[in-house]
Design a protein around this ligand. Structure first.
Ligand code: MOS
Length: 734
């Protein structure tokens, strides 16, 4: 099915199941430990053995030799497979760095060997006996040093590296009020709960891998390429995933090591990346340096807005697209954006939840707060004045929907914004108390998505798609979609995900999963409805699917009867026309935060959080809310604690575990409230939905930074806002 015209009324609009607060259909499995994750998959007929990786101890250079004699002699060891034994492998389409194979070292903790033993402990013990001799090269590890060497990248994730409209420099320098500030965001780690893990089983030349992947088809393609085998010989399974945040978008070393290890010992091999290995072996969100310039008239209208961003990556990588929201968020006749990329020999930088907008808004939304303050204007009023209903770089492209103003005003009322104190004036015992706001913005992408819908003679509808559920609620919203389309109770829907034998879906990423994958299920169900109609000799346009029955005039047939002993199948792919080009599809929101900052220690505690989101139709308010509060929590980490510390001498992230890389815990997070604006977007898909899982993160950290400023008068422009950045500036304790 091609979606190229705005949607009219369709069966989803009945909203008997879609849009309802239905509990996760996989919730019980998860809560009782019966959802089988990659490393837990167990077939008693197979005798598994364990692989433990060895990572490079240098960041750049060559592996000269590997001595695995002692490791091979250790108890329980079956094999040691080294990168030198394997030789150079072809690189997958979505990988920047080599995952394994050959003597070249591109980053610290790149996998250079895997030890296979009868038990996990034996493999781990023997891995410490592997001796490696390196030829080390000098690398570049410090973004602020490398900034001057940064170049214009060829491509910025599909968007141009530079844009320019009007006369930015002229308008900026002549503006009565202007701001020119530089902000920095650090390298951040996905730190998902479930580590990357794979179990590989060979059957002749056919490979089955149970793994933890957001994107089954990307992984399948890249695993086949890396191993030099046919894609159709690779079967991937990833039915449950313990979080990804972008860290599992692309094939990782665990799958390659498990496959090569299993080949070497001719037995099934399990490999999980150890937690201390993940920060440096896998991808991370790259640090940015962002310069923002805004010029405004004294009435508050922006006349010039410029945003430049510098980030680094391995050779062949791309920039963090931190300027992208600035191209779309506020009006202003004179504008410029640019992204520059430095070559760094740190681990590969890549997508992490809301890549681009998340760090971009961390900077932009402080800058907006700052210029509003210079104007003596309320920051909400400033954002309202500078709203735009069209793409400001290309005024012929309207937004399909844009209710940023609604989000800000509704949130202001709910949060009690009029009670915001004057900067640095509210005290509650030893706490300085303040409120902050930031706009939320994230683009709404759509990807082709396929599904198969089967109907059996019990009236059960089974959906098969290689879509993944990374904790987001895919199982549930897909079941809701099928139940709505086929007119059955949700208990009559079975959902099978994460298997490469199923139709290729959008996968989970870029907040495109929910809308794209349910649209694929919609398309498959349209086909299944047609199959039912054809079987019964009815016109598909004139029949209704209700309460497990197909109705046409007075005639009513149960779905189980219609299916018959052989059942019926509908399969299709949702493909997208040019509505995302003729129109700008984005999601909007507003984040409100109240903080207390300890006047003596500089410790920040978040007291209240509110998010208001305008993201099209909300398919399930429970799972959507869960996405948003999770994202707000991630934003709290981004604001206050998360930072991969770079060892700039040796080129690695020092705090590579959950003790040193501090994510928020329960005690850090106060009551969180989420409001969804009542919206449907007929331009987005037949579901009229959009993504919300990344929107919830966008702007949160800046709202916290702005609240800290309101509380203390201190403007911190370098994340995370740890107490050392506040303590010297705090007022004398009265
Ligand atoms: Mo998201 S960073 O595309 O998983």
């Amino acid at each position: 099915m091609q979606f190229d015209k705005p949607s009219t009324t369709n069966p989803i609009d009945q909203l008997k199941v879609v849009g309802k607060p239905i509990q996760r259909i996989d919730g019980q499995l998860k809560a009782t430990g019966r959802a089988i994750y990659a490393y837990e998959w167990h077939d008693p007929s197979l005798a598994y053995v364990y692989g433990y990786p060895v990572g490079s101890a240098i960041a750049k250079g060559r592996v000269k030799s590997i001595d695995s004699t002692a490791a091979k002699k250790a108890e329980g060891v079956l094999a040691v497979v080294t990168t030198l034994d394997i030789g150079k492998l072809k690189k997958g389409k979505y990988n920047t760095a080599n995952l394994f194979g050959g003597d070249e070292v591109q980053h610290y903790h790149q996998a250079i060997a895997v030890v296979i033993a009868r038990t996990f402990e034996q493999a781990r013990a023997a891995a410490s006996l592997v001796r490696v001799d390196y030829a080390e090269d000098k690398g570049a590890f410090d973004l602020s040093n490398a900034k001057s060497t940064a170049v214009k990248p060829k491509d910025a994730n599909g968007s141009p590296p530079d844009t320019a409209i009007g006369n930015f420099e002229g308008a900026f320098s002549s503006a009565p009020i202007n701001l020119d500030e530089t902000y920095t965001t650090p390298d951040q780690s996905h730190s998902m709960m479930e580590p990357h893990a794979s179990i590989a089983v060979w059957d002749g030349d056919e490979l089955t891998v149970w793994t933890s992947s957001q994107m089954i088809d990307w992984w399948r393609t890249d695993l086949a390429t890396t191993l030099g085998i046919e894609k159709n010989k690779v079967h991937l399974m990833s039915p449950f995933i313990g979080g990804g945040f972008g860290g599992k978008l692309f094939l990782r070393a665990d799958a390659v090591l498990a496959a090569l290890g299993a080949k070497a010992v001719n037995r099934p091999v399990k490999v999980a990346l150890p937690r201390p290995f993940i920060a440096n072996n896998t991808t991370h969100r790259p640090a940015t340096i962002q310069r923002i310039r805004i010029g405004a008239e004294s009435d508050g209208r922006i006349i010039a807005i410029g945003h430049e961003s510098w980030s680094g990556d391995l050779k062949g990588g791309g920039p963090e697209t931190a300027v992208n929201q600035t191209r779309l968020l506020y009006a202003g006749a004179n504008r410029m954006t640019s992204m520059r990329l430095a070559t760094l020999d740190l681990p590969e930088g890549n997508a992490m939840r809301a890549p681009g907008e998340a760090p971009g808004l961390m900077a932009l939304e402080i800058a907006i707060d700052e210029i509003a303050e210079k104007l003596g204007m309320d920051p909400i009023q400033f954002r309202i004045i500078n709203d735009t209903q069209v793409d400001p770089e290309n005024p012929d492209r309207p937004f399909t929907q844009r209710d940023l103003i609604g989000c800000l005003t509704r949130g202001a009322k709910r949060f009690g914004w009029t009670n915001r104190p004057k900067v640095g004036t509210r005290r509650d015992g030893h706490w300085l108390v303040g409120m902050g706001v930031a706009a939320a913005f994230r683009n709404n992408m759509v990807l082709p998505s396929g599904a198969r819908a089967k109907l059996d003679n019990q009236g059960v509808v089974t959906i098969e798609t290689d879509m993944t559920d990374i904790g987001t609620g895919s199982y549930t919203i897909i079941a809701q979609t099928a139940a709505e389309m086929m007119g059955v109770d949700i208990a009559k829907v079975a959902v099978q995900l994460g298997d490469s034998r199923f139709p290729v879906s959008a996968g989970s990423g870029g907040q495109f999963g929910a809308n794209s994958a349910t649209s694929g299920v919609y398309a498959a169900c349209v086909k299944l409805r047609e199959a039912v109609a054809t079987k019964l000799g009815l016109n598909a346009q004139e029949i209704a699917f209700e309460s497990g029955q197909v109705r046409s005039g007075d005639r009513s047939v149960s779905l189980s009867e219609a299916a018959g002993p052989n059942g019926l199948i509908g399969e299709d792919i949702m493909e997208w026309g040019d509505l995302t080009e003729t129109h700008q599809q984005s999601t909007f929101g507003a984040h409100f935060v109240e903080v207390g900052v300890d006047v003596a220690t500089g410790e920040t505690r978040i007291r209240r959080m509110l998010a208001v989101c305008a993201a099209g139709r909300i398919l399930n308010p429970i799972t959507a809310r869960s996405q948003v509060i999770g994202a707000m929590t991630m934003g709290a980490g981004g604001a206050l604690s998360e930072e991969l510390m770079v060892d700039t001498r040796h080129g690695f992230f020092v705090n590579h575990d959950l003790a040193g890389y501090e994510v928020p815990v329960h005690a850090d997070i106060p009551h969180q409230e989420v409001i969804f604006m009542d919206e449907t977007d007929p331009m987005s898909s037949p579901m009229k939905a959009k993504g919300v899982g990344e929107l919830g993160l966008c702007g949160v950290a800046a709202a916290i930074a702005n609240a800290i400023h309101n509380a203390t008068g201190i403007r911190v422009r370098h994340y995370p806002i740890t107490l050392d950045k506040l303590i010297g500036e705090l007022p004398e304790i009265a």
